[in-house]
Design a protein around this ligand. Structure first.
Ligand code: GLU
Length: 491
């Protein structure tokens, strides 16, 4: 395949979510796979919907996911500027060209009149759309009216009869009756172009070869296609991706649903997923498979595999339900795929956030013993944060092992103390044999003996592996905790 030039063209109108991340990912994969370019273009023509901070969130989110772009607002490039609000003059020039070629027209209709027409159409049960009043005003006359200060918009002149056929790479030919198409506004009365004009113009000028986007753009797809044709430009390959459905599979994801998900500790927003302890690798793996498959069984993919294996022909246009169970599963897989130093680095911020400051050394000791048990990174302080606490509370009843009396447990713990205090460290390799011998000598079950020790040094009935935990707690604290527990049992 020839090098593809693809653009991810988000509007900075809210949080970056899974749907936009998936579009960006497929763009990125196509560009990398073909040795082409991945372009970030900010589509901020709709100033009313502009959300401050949204662009930065996008940029941070994409970088965190590993979707670095070759051209974009912050990195520049040959075809900039890459923010539509900085390209106003370009769109004006192209709008005028469309008018001169009779593919667009100035429209002077007032809001009032348009509103009345609309109401009439609705009451007559006909499709509400522009009634064509200004379509045939000559360019000379229009220019005069503009000079006289009349307010106007620019509309695209849709064909009135026949049909238009547009081609989507996944969905094939889509044929629409032209009499259902509206003369859409492409430049507003304040002179600003709408997305409908800006996107095709930019796609052409930026030499975009493939447009990948959500299928919510299918209704305006004929308009965009026709704008390319009106200029005589070659169209990009159009790919309208599948929509995401609610986890239940019943209906599209909505704002409401997103709020409900948050109550369950789930989210569709990239910045939340970071905070919830998901790995970017897991997100990439998960969303890659929401609308694409390699074969019917391979599930684990890293970015490099995806770059190699991604294929437009294997995209699936059917809606895909968001499956968080699968997501947790992928997160687990990717956590276990990380090296110890790498995983230590990733769990560290989650400890810091809880006010726990483990040393690098202890973090490295801890990581292998919890790696198997982490589903998300933020499980780490819950599982093991107590190992770094100065003080623990021990419940006396917990110190009494099953099927033993208080005095038996006390005796066992004293024997344990005798052994542990004899050795210079509490390493697994040092204590394993003498402790096993002790169990043998005492004639109790290992679960009883180690259970008492576990409660004495961790305060818990369940903990990560005992000897490894003791190593992290450190010899001094282990000894003093055993002494404390002995006192508790004596009391
Ligand atoms: N700005 C549009 C959006 O955010 C982009 C659509 C397209 O890729 O053409 O959905």
């Amino acid at each position: 395949m020839k090098p593809a030039r693809v653009r991810f063209a988000p509007s900075p109108t809210g949080h970056m979510h899974l749907g936009s991340a998936r579009t960006a990912l497929y763009d990125y994969l196509l560009a990398k796979q073909t040795g082409g370019q991945f372009i970030l273009r900010i589509e901020d023509t709709d100033q009313k919907r502009y959300v401050k901070g949204a662009e930065q969130e996008l940029i941070d989110g994409m970088r965190w996911l590993g979707l670095e772009w070759d051209e974009g607002p912050d990195v520049g490039g040959e075809y900039g500027p890459y923010r539509q609000s900085e390209r106003k003059e370009i769109y004006q020039k192209y709008a005028r060209q469309l008018i001169e070629n009779d593919h667009a027209f100035y429209c002077f209709c007032t809001q009032d009149r348009l509103q009345k027409v609309r109401e009439e159409q609705i009451s007559n049960k006909i499709q509400a759309k522009y009634d064509g009043t200004c379509r045939n005003i000559s360019l000379d006359e229009a220019d005069k009216r503009i000079k006289n200060g009349e307010s106007y918009v620019i509309r695209f002149k849709m064909p009135k009869t026949g049909t238009t056929s547009v081609h989507d790479h996944l969905r094939g030919n889509i044929v629409v009756e032209n009499n259902t198409l509206d003369d859409s506004i492409i430049v507003k009365s304040d002179g600003l172009a709408l997305y409908h004009l800006a996107a095709p113009v930019d796609d052409h000028l930026m030499k975009i070869t493939h447009v990948l986007r959500g299928s919510e753009w299918l209704p305006t797809f004929p308009l965009h296609s026709l704008i390319h044709r009106a200029f005589g430009w070659e169209e990009p390959v159009w790919v309208h991706l599948s929509v995401f459905l609610k986890p239940s599979g019943k209906g599209k994801m909505s704002k409401r649903e997103a709020i409900d998900l948050a109550k369950d500790g789930k989210s569709i927003f990239i910045k939340d997923l970071l905070e919830l302890g998901y790995l970017p690798e897991a997100i990439i793996n998960w969303i890659a498979l929401m609308g694409w498959s390699y074969d019917d069984h391979t599930e684990f993919f890293l970015m490099n595999d995806l770059i190699e294996k991604f294929n437009l022909e294997k995209l699936n246009p059917s809606p895909a339900a968001i499956n968080f169970t699968k997501f947790d599963y992928f997160n687990g897989l990717h956590i276990r795929n990380l090296s110890i130093p790498e995983l230590s680095e990733r769990i560290k911020p989650f400890f810091l956030e809880k006010g726990i400051f483990p040393s690098e050394e202890k973090l490295h000791m801890l990581t292998p013993i919890i790696q198997e048990r982490l589903q998300t990174l933020d499980d780490a302080p819950d599982l093991a944060g107590f190992l770094f606490e100065e003080e623990i509370t021990v419940n006396c009843d917990d110190l009494i092992a099953k099927n033993t009396t208080q005095s038996e447990s006390l005796m066992i713990l004293k024997e344990i103390y005798e052994i542990i205090s004899k050795f210079p460290d509490v390493k697994h390799t040092t204590l394993e044999t003498p402790m096993r011998e002790l169990v043998e000598k005492l004639g109790y079950k290992p679960g009883q003996v180690f259970g008492i020790l576990r409660v004495a040094v961790t305060g818990r009935m369940i903990s990560p592996p005992l000897f490894e935990s003791m190593e992290i707690i450190g010899r001094e604290k282990v000894i003093s905790r055993i002494t404390g527990a002995i006192r508790l049992l004596e009391a």
